[in-house]
Design a protein around this ligand. Structure first.
Ligand SMILES: Cc1cc2nc3c(=O)[nH]c(=O)nc-3n(C[C@H](O)[C@H](O)[C@H](O)COP(=O)(O)O)c2cc1C
Length: 219
């Protein structure tokens, strides 16, 4: 018997093609997370995919006007209220796409604090896989999200490949990332909050720098 409140996983896909390999990767990651969540927690899982392609004009309008359309507001709310997030971009010119970045530019920089996130990208060449580490991971660190260790990159040649001596095949990486997202979501849900008591108790916990220097001199 499943508990009543479903867990919400939101996958953001910035793919432009139709069909889109970025969307396919987002769907596969969401399915992997759902499978693990259902197996471990016997909770219903709701998956929502936010296709940025359909919001491109709304995103541009929001950037220049400062106001979101209703459907963009809905997408931003879905992302900020999700229990877990999957963020997938195509690689454009060796980085995340402009559409992907513009969407996350519109999200308040504290709104993803503590949120478990899987980062993933698709590209024409495997040589650009480090885009996950030099572009996406720092972006989500700035947004204070908790990015799971396994990030997933799918170059054209990865679809249908079984990996090599050093790397797993794509299905296995997807399963691992989905499992890590599920664990992170459950850890956060079980503890009931993303705040760490004692560490996040606000201004009182901050010792002024001059005081820290004075304490050092006394030691
Ligand atoms: C404008 C543009 C720039 C691109 N730049 C890169 C790149 O620098 N590195 C790379 O590996 N692939 C690059 N690609 C290929 C796309 O990342 C790749 O085809 C992607 O998987 C497309 O995703 P989609 O099927 O979801 O649209 C580029 C594609 C476009 C259209």
């Amino acid at each position: 018997m499943f508990a009543t409140t479903p867990l919400r996983i939101v996958a953001v896909s910035a793919g432009l093609s139709q069909p889109s390999s970025t969307r396919l990767l987002a769907d596969r990651l969401a399915a992997a997370a759902r499978e693990r969540l259902a197996a471990e927690q016997h909770r219903d899982v709701e998956i929502q995919v936010v296709e940025l392609r359909d919001l491109a004009v709304d995103i541009a309008n929001h950037l220049v006007s400062g106001f979101p359309s209703a459907k963009l507001r809905e997408a931003i709310d879905a992302v900020t209220e999700a229990d877990g997030l999957i963020a997938v971009t195509p690689v454009f010119t060796a980085s995340y796409s402009g559409l992907f970045k513009s969407f996350f530019d519109l999200i308040d920089h504290t709104a993803l604090t503590g949120k478990p996130v899987v980062i993933a990208a698709t590209g024409g060449t495997a040589r650009h896989s480090l885009v996950l580490e030099h572009a996406l991971r720092p972006l989500f660190a700035y947004l204070r999200a908790v990015t799971v260790p396994t990030s997933v990159y799918a170059a054209s040649e990865d679809w249908g490949s079984s990996g090599d001596e050093y790397t797993e095949g794509l299905p296995s990486r997807i399963r691992r990332a989905g499992g890590e997202l599920a664990s992170a979501v459950l850890g956060r849900t079980v503890s009931g909050a993303s705040r760490t008591p004692g560490l996040d108790d606000g201004e009182d916990a901050v010792v002024p720098f001059e005081q820290q220097l004075a304490d050092l001199r006394l030691d």
